[in-house]
Design a protein around this ligand. Structure first.
Ligand SMILES: Nc1ncnc2c1ncn2[C@@H]1O[C@H](COP(=O)(O)OP(=O)(O)OP(=O)(O)O)[C@@H](O)[C@H]1O
Length: 251
């Protein structure tokens, strides 16, 4: 089953064309890294998939439906989110989005509490239920965001640079948690990053975005000097060692 289908998709912000004539299909149970230079359109692409940035009709299908109709099936973790100052416990933070469309702390039914407990359990973070956000580490907050994204049992998880504030230990913990969730639930995970190396063992394919284009494929097909030079618009070298990639300017 295709979780994401883009057909001749153009994505614009105001008068700027960010992506042009994009065609790709992503199936269920896929872990996809999204890579590209600053300002290439990674966040814009994700927002288009979510229906936050409107696109022409029928150019994007999520689980066979328009992005707006499929929104409940998508868990979204936006780029860096300021959480330190929230005077909430882990459980209360998740509760703020349990209704999906309302702000603030709702009255929680027994069923709500069951769902909150379940998503905390899925990310192995039950111990964070009563801990204040201000006392959590970045990695613990990231697990909480993931728990929140799992509310409603989504089929697609979209994460925008979730590792920008995490040290390598937490990156590894979150990645193995994501891989476990992908395998257990057949989830498709889209994760944007500036460093693909931590993802090398977990991702199935990569999307590289640049120069208004996006290319989807295996790492060996996409992460080459030729492809990246074309996408970046200037000479790029890709050096591969055992399980590591180094993307550098060629001059
Ligand atoms: N409202 C807007 N109108 C026009 N262009 C915009 C607008 N907002 C952002 N842009 C431009 O759109 C492009 C894509 O931005 P986007 O945030 O999607 O890139 P990105 O790949 O996620 O970048 P980064 O890696 O720095 O997070 C950028 O060049 C940005 O300057």
């Amino acid at each position: 089953m295709n979780v994401i289908e883009c057909q001749n998709l153009d994505v614009r912000l105001g008068s700027c064309v960010i992506l042009s004539q994009l065609n790709l299909q992503i199936k269920d149970n896929q872990f996809i890294g999204i890579f590209g230079p600053n300002g290439s359109g990674k966040t814009t692409f994700m927002k288009a998939l979510l229906g936050i940035i409107p696109c022409a009709e029928n150019k994007i299908k999520i689980l066979g439906r328009s992005p707006n109709k499929a929104r409940k099936q998508i868990g979204y973790i936006p780029q860096y989110r300021e959480m330190e100052s929230f005077q909430l416990t882990g459980k209360e933070f998740i509760a703020t989005s349990i209704r999906g469309h309302k702000w603030g702390l709702p009255f929680l039914t027994k069923q709500d509490l069951y769902h909150i407990d379940a998503v905390l359990d899925h990310v192995h973070a039950k111990e964070l239920a009563g801990v204040s956000l201000s006392e959590m580490s970045g990695g613990q907050r990231q697990r909480l965001l993931l728990a929140q994204a799992l509310l409603g049992d989504p089929k697609l998880i979209i994460m925008d640079e979730p590792f920008s504030n995490l040290d390598p230990k937490w990156v590894k913990i979150i990645l193995s948690l994501l891989k476990e969730l992908q395998e257990q639930r057949g989830l498709t995970i889209l994760l944007s990053t500036h460093d693909l190396n931590p993802l090398m063992k977990v991702m199935d394919q990569v999307i590289c975005i640049g120069n208004q284009k996006a290319i989807l494929g295996d790492v060996s097909q996409v992460m080459t000097s030729d492809v990246l030079t074309q996408l970046y618009g200037f000479p790029i070298d890709v050096v591969k060692t055992n399980q590591h990639l180094f993307v550098t300017t060629a001059c």
